[in-house]
Design a protein around this ligand. Structure first.
Ligand SMILES: [Zn+2]
Length: 272
């Protein structure tokens, strides 16, 4: 009988020891899982931070790489938008927020630099209609106009506006797009058909024969863009260097009652 009790007792001890060891193992395993979760969180935070750093580093110092850099920053932002809540919380931390606002400030100044770089640039786009050839005319007047594409889906479409000129068989010497790019449609020396029946304040008629016509794309109720003002001023400065310009007028100044353009122009912004 004693032996029986001893064996039973030994069994109980074994079970107790086994149970204790098992519990300890489970606790250890739980601890491991929580440590690795913490590591994962830290790792993710680290990678979110390094993305931001990379985005800031990619911000350009010169003009040449601006478009590429902007593309990279936008890509980074897109990648971040699909992240989990945990990472959103990380990104909302004050440090990251500040970095984001630096990026968006840099983006907007990049856009401005991009727009102002094309403003005032003259692109040759000579047409075969809407003018009369001439070799020795005297230019002393610039007439500003505005027009838009009334037929297409985009009123500011450069090709749409030019197609309308073709239809009407008219043309200005220069056409200024919304981004400030200047298209030359007729050479300065040729007489472009832009003014129609008109009379100068000094009484002269046949205005086309001594003037340069400049069309600035705008609707009847719209405003000129800043880029268009800087383009028209740069064009006026260029023309003043080449010709003794005495008059810079709007179409409505020489054809009042018949013409109302250039619509919405603020003459104070034009260097006459
Ligand atoms: Zn006009």
């Amino acid at each position: 009988m004693e032996k029986k009790y001893f064996i039973f007792g030994a069994c109980l001890i074994l079970i107790a020891v086994a149970g204790f060891l098992g519990l300890k193992n489970i606790q250890q395993a739980k601890k491991n899982i929580s440590i690795s979760n913490q590591l994962l969180t830290v790792g993710e935070q680290k990678s979110a931070n390094s993305n931001q750093d990379a985005a800031i580093d990619q911000q350009p110092t010169g003009d040449s790489s601006q478009e590429v850099a902007v593309g990279n920053v936008q890509k980074t932002n897109n990648e971040q938008s699909s992240k989990s809540d945990k990472q959103n919380a990380v990104e909302n931390s004050p440090v990251i927020k500040e970095a984001s606002s630096v990026i968006s400030n840099q983006l907007s100044s990049t856009d401005a630099a991009k727009q102002s770089s094309s403003a005032g640039k003259i692109v040759s786009k000579l047409v075969s209609w809407g003018f009369q050839k001439s070799s020795e005319r005297k230019i002393d007047t610039v007439i500003l106009h505005s027009s838009y594409d009334a037929l297409g889906s985009d009123p500011f479409s450069v090709s749409g506006v030019i197609a309308e000129y073709k239809q009407a068989q008219v043309s200005p010497h220069y056409l200024i797009a919304r981004d400030g790019t200047i298209y030359q449609l007729v050479s300065d020396q040729n007489i472009a058909w832009h003014a129609g029946v008109a009379k100068m304040p000094d009484g002269r008629t046949d205005v086309n024969s001594f003037s340069i016509g400049v069309e600035i794309i705008n609707t009847q109720t719209g405003k000129f863009t800043d880029q268009q003002y800087s383009a028209v001023n740069s064009l006026i400065a260029t023309l003043k260097k080449k010709y003794p310009i005495k008059n810079i007028l709007g179409h409505s100044d020489i054809a009042s009652g018949r013409k109302t353009d250039p619509w919405g122009i603020i003459w104070g912004k034009v260097n006459r």
